[in-house]
Each structure stands twice: as structure tokens, then as C-alpha cells.
Design a protein around this ligand. Structure first.
Ligand code: AMP
Length: 643
């Protein structure tokens, strides 16, 4: 507490700090608070989320504003509604002993009239997202012509999200003499230029070094073949029974798909991405905070508002395009003094990206092996043993003890323990017993593309699946989210096809068809040995998926249990949906109750993995064991929309 006092904070703030239980100032607070209290200066602070940056600007702002006045004196702009609410909440807590303080949150998706009414009461501090703020200023609902302090929080995120113009416009309504305090986790060019444009001779502070990740986070990567990516994710989850994680994918579609697969496989998972309504996102976030969801699969944009402190693992299911984004992702763990692990699942072609990230964040990744099936079994078994040890005895059972004793009287204690564990363990064991090693060996990375920068792919669907070149092209464009000219040289044979994209789309194509199913059948894409055109010399060689290739080429999936052909030609959009239709429970992604009829109802509300804890039926039943069992899809009763 004396350390906070030494920073120059007033009694009311010190009282709030005691109430909140903060013992010592964090690094960013130590650096920023004295500067901001002493001078009226602009400030650029490089600090990640979770470093205590809200208090670093919040304390000085609350100390410097005049509570007696009802004029708006402080404005805090933040990228997302979630962050806006979080900051508002923190500010209210910090200022709870400052009588008369009114902090108002302004954000989209809620009643503008209610917000205007709150402002009218006199808000000394406004915390806002740029879009709604701009809107309310232009409708003259808010006056910021007298603000003295303006905070641009998570400036890099706001720019990433395209708020540059909105911010510029908002600031044009504010006085030039104000102090601007910019906080950002990273310092890309765009943020430096905004600092130059809007700030005068700013003081600079850096917590850690520029673009460097938090020291509380360790970084690991796992090398697998592209087709084993999802298996790798499951094994990592199973090897960490207490996992509480955010799993990052690159697209909304992949995010939804991975979450659906995890749910179908019995994990407590959920998806958060831009195609969900605010209400749906709020529900998912609430479940995540309550730990009903242990694996939150997210896009980068949607994850921006995630402010949960105890995330154990960030999993990069797919690497982001920008290294800055990796810093943001990994910053979701290792917060508030906790340790965290940032995991990357990579294919051979992505290993070089790991090296670039290492350089940028100045941290070394540890290469780790995906645990073997037996190692996972051991982990789960010990987890179960520890849970039993921790479990408080429910004495309501006492009434039934005589009957139970009779039923089990022939067994020794040892036999009973073995039997008891076998109830859960056998199922788990059967699943992992013959599980193969899915670690890929790093070798010299083969060149995929030909000299023209074009890559030709082999795809195990064709005329037999009612595709002609036109409908297949449409299908590919839709699945990949690419334009008319990005997919070319589409050549449809009887049971397989070829097509080309430019080299730059190669990863996207390979990832798009990981675990992809069409009407219950696996659709595989592979790099073709034949470059297919544009005068290519055709030196491109496939470097993985040899097993699948032979299967694929021998006539597609006809022999692999395809349940029936299409009734009419071509792709109807969202072909990936068809796999769900195989499910006897109806396959409506939105109709969760139907799916559960044949499954354990407790499943998604008991802790994630193999052994059920508390439920009378293991959520592990069925799906986990039967690889071939169709994916039932769906997350939390939401109907998936296509990207
Ligand atoms: P932030 O980086 O502002 O999102 O803060 C992350 C979390 O750390 C929030 O829950 C804060 O309430 C908490 N926090 C901020 N400053 C301190 C401190 N000095 N000691 C302990 N916790 C803090």
C-alpha cells in the first residue's frame, strides 16, 4: 500500500486499492502514474492486456478530474464492447470512494436513448467504442468539447478493426489542449503514425520490450501433418484435463467447425466469432467465465474482448498471418500474475513462421511432442484418482450402503479399486490403445509450387458426386472464401478432380479440407505432382498425405461408406453441412436437444475429458471411441451461418 501511496495517489483511491486487494503497483502503473499525475502530458505506453494498464491510466484520470463538476472531462476509447464494459467496471471500482463520480459506458448493440439519458445526468468520464461514440456525437447526444484527458486503449486493436476514421472524427470534436494517453500492446507503423498525428511530444513508456510477449507465458509448438491437426488438438486437451483455453482459428468457418467437432466429441467447447449475434456471444462468454466451456474456439476479432484472467492455454490451431496477432493471442494467458502456455500446432510448411515469431517476441519456442495415447491415459487416470481424493463424501449414500455392500461383498479392496477405475478407464483406454504417433518429423521442406507460383491440387470428389467444373469451382470459392479468378484450371474427372490456386493460398486450401466431410465422407485435398498449367515445369511434389492419396485416387470415397449420392447436381453452398445430416438425430446444428437424445445429457456441462466428474453417465461415451461416428455439429443451440 505504501508503494501505491508513494506514487502520489490520493486517499480515496488508496482506500479503493485496499478494498480491491491490490498489494503492489504493477510495472506499467509504477511507470505511468507518477508521470500522469505530475504533468499534463501526452503519453505512449506499450503494455499488454493483463499488466494492470487500466489502473495505470484510470487512477491518474480519476485523481485529476473535478468530481464536483458534471462536465465530461475524460474520454476512454476502446475497441470492443466487452473491453468497454470491463474498463467501465474497473473505473467504477477505482472511484467508488469519490462521491458523485459518474462513469458511463457507450457502446453499440444497446439502447442509444438509455445511454444518452445516462450522459445527460452528467458523466465526468465516458468509456466508449468508436462507432457508437461517433454516432452519438453527430446526433449531439454527447459533448466532448471540454475533455481534458483522452485515452486510446488497445490502439493497435482499434486500428486493426478499422476504427481509424472514426477515431479521427471523434478527436476532431475534442479540444487541442487535452492530454492524450495511448496504450497499445504492439507498436506497428499505424500506431506510431497515429501517435505522431494526434500527440504532442509524448512521453514513452514500455513494459517489457516492444512487441515482446509477457514473461509469464511459455511458448510451445507441436509439429504434425496437416490432416492430424484436429487429432493433435484433442490429444493436447486430453493430456491437460484441467485445461481452460482459447483456441484460435483464422476464419469464422473454421472456428465454428472446430467448435462443433469438439462438442460432438464430448468436450466442453463453444465458438465465438463475428457471425454470432451479440446476445449469442454474451451467452458463450458467460459460459466460458463460468467454466461450463473449457475450450473457447475464437477468431481473432471476436477474441478481442475476452478478459478472463485464468486462461491456462492459448492454442493456435492455425497461425495468424500477422506476428502482432500472435502477441495478442498469447497475451490472453499469463495474466494477473498467473503462468500460461501458448501452444502452436504447426505443419512442416509453417515451421519457418515459428522462427519469425521467435525473433519478433524474443522468446524461444520449445518443440514438444504430442503425447502418446498411453501417456494421455496415464494422465487421465491420475486425474481421476486425484479427483476421487479431493471429493467430499456425500453421506446421503449411507442409506444405500448395506445394499451396496451386499452387491460387492465378494471383492477385495484392490479388486474394487480396479473395477471402479475400469468403469471409466476402459473406454478411454480403448480409444487411445492403438492410437498412432501423430508427431511429424521435421524434414527438408519440399517445394509445393511450380515456377509460376501456381499450385495444383488433387481433390477426391468428382462427377460421381454430381460436380461439374462450374459447380466445383463455385464450391471451392465458397469453401475457401476466394474470388472468381483465384481458383482456376478446374478439371473434374469421374471420382476426383484437379484445380489450381496461387501459391499464396496454399495453406488456406490445405487447412480448409482438414477433417472436411461431404455427406459423411472425408474430402481430401493434396498437392498434385502435375502442376496443371501456366507453362509450369511441374517440379512441385506432394509432401504429405500419401496414405490418403492412394485411397483417394482409387475412386474417391465410394468404398468408404458414403451414405448416398446427391439428388441433384452440384454444390448448393455449405457442403460441409451435409456431414451433419448423416446423424440420425436430425443433424440440425441449431437443434441441440435432438442430438442429445442419443447422448449423455450432462455431457457439455461436465468437465471436458474422458472421465465424467459428477454426471452419472460419461460424456465420453460413444463419439470418442467411434472415429467413424458422424459429426453431429452445432454449438450451444446456435444455427451456423455461412461466412
Ligand atoms: P488490465 O491490464 O488493466 O486489464 O488488468 C488486469 C487485471 O489485473 C484486472 O483484473 C485488474 O483488476 C488487476 N490489477 C490491476 N492492477 C493490479 C495490481 N496492482 N495488483 C493486483 N491486480 C491488479
Amino acid at each position: 500500500m505504501t508503494a501505491f501511496k508513494a506514487l502520489g495517489l490520493d486517499e480515496q483511491l488508496l482506500q479503493a486499492i485496499t478494498d480491491m486487494g491490490f498489494k503492489t503497483p504493477s510495472e506499467v502503473q509504477e511507470q505511468a502514474i507518477p508521470i500522469l499525475l505530475e504533468k499534463d502530458t501526452d503519453l505512449v505506453a506499450l503494455a499488454q492486456t493483463g499488466t494492470g494498464k487500466t489502473a495505470a491510466f484510470g487512477f491518474p484520470m480519476l485523481q485529476k478530474i473535478n468530481i464536483e463538476s458534471r462536465t465530461t472531462q475524460g474520454l476512454i476509447l476502446s475497441p470492443t464492447r466487452e473491453l468497454c464494459l470491463q474498463i467501465t467496471n474497473e473505473m467504477v471500482n477505482y472511484g467508488k470512494h469519490k462521491k458523485g463520480l459518474n462513469v458511463v459506458a457507450i457502446y453499440g448493440g444497446a439502447s442509444i436513448q438509455d445511454q444518452a439519458r445516462n450522459i445527460k445526468k452528467g458523466a465526468q468520464v465516458i468509456v466508449a467504442t468508436p462507432g457508437r461514440m461517433k454516432d452519438m456525437i453527430s446526433r449531439r447526444m454527447i459533448d466532448i468539447s471540454k475533455i481534458e484527458y483522452c485515452v486510446l486503449d488497445e490502439a493497435d486493436e482499434m486500428l486493426n478493426m478499422g476504427f481509424y476514421e472514426d477515431i479521427t472524427e471523434i478527436l476532431s470534436y475534442s479540444p487541442d489542449e487535452k492530454s492524450t494517453w495511448l496504450f497499445s500492446a504492439t507498436m506497428p507503423k499505424e500506431v506510431s503514425s497515429i501517435a505522431k498525428k494526434f500527440m504532442y511530444d509524448p512521453q514513452e513508456i514500455t513494459v517489457g520490450s516492444k512487441n515482446v510477449g509477457s514473461s509469464n507465458v511459455s511458448h510451445e509448438y507441436y509439429l504434425v501433418n496437416t490432416r492430424d491437426r484436429y487429432q493433435a488438438l484433442k490429444r493436447l486437451a486430453d493430456a491437460n484435463p484441467e485445461i481452460f483455453s482459447v483456441v484460435f482459428c483464422r476464419t469464422k468457418r473454421d472456428t465454428q467447425k472446430v467448435a462443433e467437432q469438439l462438442i460432438a466429441d464430448g468436450y466442453n467447447a463453444g465458438a465465438i466469432h463475428g457471425d454470432l449475434s451479440q446476445n449469442q456471444r454474451d451467452i458463450v462468454m458467460k459460459q466460458f467465465r463460468n467454466r461450463q466451456i473449457q475450450m473457447l474456439v475464437a477468431t481473432d476479432v471476436a477474441a478481442r474482448g475476452i478478459d478472463v484472467d485464468n486462461i491456462t492455454h492459448v492454442i493456435n490451431y492455425q497461425l495468424p498471418d500477422e506476428i502482432e496477432t500472435y502477441t495478442h493471442r498469447s497475451g490472453r494467458t499469463g495474466r494477473a500474475g498467473n503462468l500460461g502456455i501458448s501452444i502452436v500446432i504447426v505443419s512442416k510448411s509453417e515451421v519457418r513462421k515459428i522462427r519469425s515469431i521467435e525473433k519478433k517476441i524474443q522468446k524461444t519456442f520449445e518443440k514438444k511432442d504430442i503425447p502418446t495415447g498411453m501417456a494421455i491415459c496415464e494422465k487421465q487416470l491420475m486425474h481421476l484418482a486425484n479427483n476421487i481424493k479431493k471429493t467430499e463424501i456425500n453421506h446421503d449414500i449411507d442409506t444405500y450402503l448395506p445394499q451396496i455392500n451386499v452387491a460387492l461383498e465378494d471383492f477385495s479392496k484392490e479388486e474394487l479399486i480396479k473395477k471402479f477405475f475400469s468403469v471409466e478407464f476402459t473406454r478411454f483406454y480403448n480409444y487411445y490403445n492403438k492410437a498412432k504417433d501423430i508427431n511429424a518429423t521435421a524434414g527438408v521442406q519440399r517445394e509445393y509450387s511450380d515456377d509460376t507460383g501456381s499450385v495444383r491440387y488433387f481433390l477426391n470428389i468428382g462427377n460421381k458426386d454430381d460436380f461439374d467444373w462450374m459447380s466445383l469451382k463455385d464450391f471451392l470459392k465458397d469453401i475457401l472464401g476466394l474470388g472468381q479468378d483465384d481458383v482456376y484450371k478446374v478439371d473434374v474427372k469421374d471420382s476426383f478432380s484437379f484445380f489450381n490456386t496461387d501459391e499464396q493460398h496454399k495453406d488456406l486450401v490445405l487447412q480448409a479440407f482438414e477433417d472436411f466431410k461431404l455427406e459423411g465422407r472425408n474430402v481430401n485435398v493434396e498437392i498434385s505432382e502435375n502442376s496443371g498449367g501456366r507453362g509450369a515445369k511441374g517440379r512441385g511434389k506432394r509432401s504429405f498425405g500419401s496414405g490418403d492419396r492412394s485411397r483417394g485416387r482409387s475412386g474417391g470415397g465410394g468404398s468408404r461408406g458414403r451414405s448416398g449420392g446427391r439428388s441433384s447436381g452440384g454444390y448448393k453452398g455449405g457442403g460441409y453441412k451435409s456431414k451433419r445430416r448423416d446423424d440420425s438425430s436430425g443433424g440440425n446444428a441449431g437443434d441441440r436437444s435432438k442430438r442429445r437424445d442419443s447422448d449423455s445429457r450432462e455431457r457439455s456441462f461436465t468437465p471436458k475429458t474422458g472421465f465424467s466428474e459428477g454426471g452419472n453417465k460419461s460424456k465420453f461415451s460413444g463419439k470418442r471411441r467411434g472415429k467413424s461416428k458422424p459429426d453431429t455439429g452445432g454449438t450451444g443451440g446456435r444455427r451456423r451461418r455461412r461466412d
